[in-house]
Design a binder for this molecule. Structure first.
Ligand code: ADP
Ligand code: ZN
Ligand code: MG
Length: 475
């Protein structure tokens, strides 16, 4: 029997506020354990939560960027469960009335084009703390710095059908949250975390099958691998005539498999009820409009503008707008240049090639925007040719020096002096009479031979355009 995968994703994104969601404690990462705590976030009796307004504005921004409808009235609920990293015994979240619902995201799906993935809801909640297990002393400790850090949870409809689509959805959502500047997107530090829900159903059947929920997916690649594994596992279970168990499973990246973690709770197990310490949240149109005015250009809009304004190819525009850092790098590089497309080409091939090789993100590029732009200006002004520019670029990567001083040090200025080049062209023609005859007899492939000779004489610094013209006329 043929099975069709059905996938829905839950994303927890940490919001970039300075302070926590219900108290004034700092959200700064990497502080010593329990340095960022107070009676509110450690769940002391008698304290009261006060909602951080910035959290709501960020949630509205996320909702607007994902085409969600914002609820004018929403509510905070208590989600009750016991765990040592949750000192209150409940998490403040939104259940029945979330801040936003009914949105969608558009993703690329290879050749077949675009696909809309529905977003069920976005709600605000507080994060829990962290347990640190010390195997040496067989002890566990708790760090409550993360307790009360603001999160939004973005829940997708079960509209995703393949691991690839899941990857595309997550990359798009990640990119948007960084564009609108509400989340730093750092997956290693847990600022952007994903759970994947997967079930299979016989092809053609409407009703969904029983789902498993996968946790511990801390990179885009791991999400895709875990989903592929889980599809295979569930196919095997169903083909054996057995049933998939509704449960939470943990992905182990080193073993490349998922294993059962615990039975999946149902919503009613949490005994959700409205938090009596917090009044209903009212968001009026004025507030929404204020956030709307702060909305930056989003990836899809930037992509269309790049195609029009810089005449970039579809693929290039897509890559260059895939992250806000890359888009800004391109625009700042291109700003002082005449040939905008040349800037795109150099970023797509040389710069990204180098960064990928070294495994460095664009934000940490050893070549700054300013220096990169200066390098391209040297080509544009015909001070160096493309060959020399590659050499200069490699040196910039190693030394972070400014391109002009590298050109001077290495004597890489382009030779475009007409008299000098004409003398050389004449010399090369004199020195190679047999090749000249062969060329004139129709062996035009020899053109690159002559070109090579001249480049050798100038140690690669001749202006190839001028030399081409001169050689063509002399030959
Ligand atoms: P919970 O917290 O219990 O996991 P949520 O409503 O937060 O519940 O998330 C459920 C997620 O699972 C959603 O992304 C939804 O699209 C997805 N989902 C629901 N049913 C199925 C199913 N049968 N197969 C795959 N995914 C599903
Ligand atoms: Zn606190
Ligand atoms: Mg879930």
């Amino acid at each position: 029997m043929q099975f069709e995968p059905v996938i829905g994703l839950e994303v927890h994104a940490q919001l970039k506020t300075k302070t926590k969601i219900f108290c004034g404690c700092s959200t700064q990462f990497g502080k010593s354990p329990n340095a960022n705590t107070c009676p509110v976030c450690t769940g002391m009796p008698g304290v009261l939560p006060v909602l951080n307004k910035q959290v709501v504005s960020f949630a509205i921004k996320a909702a607007l960027s994902t085409h969600c409808k914002i609820n004018h009235e929403s509510r905070f609920d208590r989600k009750n469960y016991f765990y040592p990293d949750l000192p209150k015994g409940y998490q403040i979240s939104q259940f029945a009335l979330p801040i936003a619902e009914h949105g969608y995201l558009e993703i690329e799906t290879g050749q077949s084009g675009q696909k809309k993935i529905g977003i069920t809801r976005i709600h605000m909640e507080e994060d829990a703390g962290k347990l640190i297990h010390d195997p040496a002393r067989a002890k566990s400790m708790v760090d409550l710095n993360r307790t009360g850090v603001p999160l939004i949870e973005i829940v997708s409809e079960p509209d995703i059908r393949t691991a690839k689509e899941a990857g595309a959805y997550l990359r798009k959502l990640h990119s948007i949250l960084k564009y609108i500047d509400v989340c730093d997107g750092n997956m290693e530090q847990g600022s952007f975390r994903c759970d994947a829900n997967i079930s299979l159903r016989p092809k053609g059947q409407k009703k969904f099958g029983i789902r498993a929920e996968l946790k511990n997916l801390n990179s885009f690649k791991n999400v895709e691998k875990a989903i592929l594994y889980e599809i295979e596992r569930q196919t095997y279970v169903l083909e054996e005539g057995k049933q998939v168990i509704q449960e939470t499973r943990l992905w182990d990246p080193s073993k490349r498999k998922t294993s059962s973690m615990r039975g999946k709770e149902e919503a009613h197990d949490y005994r959700y009820f409205p938090d009596p310490d917090l009044v209903p949240l009212i968001v009026d149109d004025k507030w929404i409009q204020k956030v709307e005015r702060q909305m930056p250009e989003l990836p899809d809009e930037k992509y269309s503008r790049f195609m029009k304004e810089y005449e970039l190819a579809d693929y290039d525009a897509k890559i260059l707008t895939s992250s806000i850092e890359l888009a800004n790098f391109f625009e700042e590089t291109a700003a002082p240049l005449k040939h905008k497309k040349q800037a795109a080409n150099w970023i797509m091939t040389t710069l990204l090639g180098m960064l990928n090789n070294k495994g460095i993100p664009i934000a940490k590029s050893p070549v700054t925007v300013a220096d990169f732009s200066k390098l391209l200006k040297l080509i544009e002004d015909k001070k160096i040719n493309a060959n020399a520019a590659k050499t200069v670029f490699d040196e910039m990567v190693d030394t972070s020096k400014d391109p002009k001083s590298i050109v001077k040090e290495k004597g890489l200025e382009q030779v475009s002096d007409h008299f000098e080049l004409e003398t050389m062209v004449a010399q090369v023609i004199d020195e190679n009479p047999d090749e000249v005859v062969a060329y004139r007899d129709g062996k035009t492939k020899l053109f690159s031979f002559f070109m090579g000779r001249i480049m050798k004489k100038t140690r690669g610094k001749a202006d190839p355009k001028i030399v081409t013209l001169m050689l063509k006329s002399k030959l």
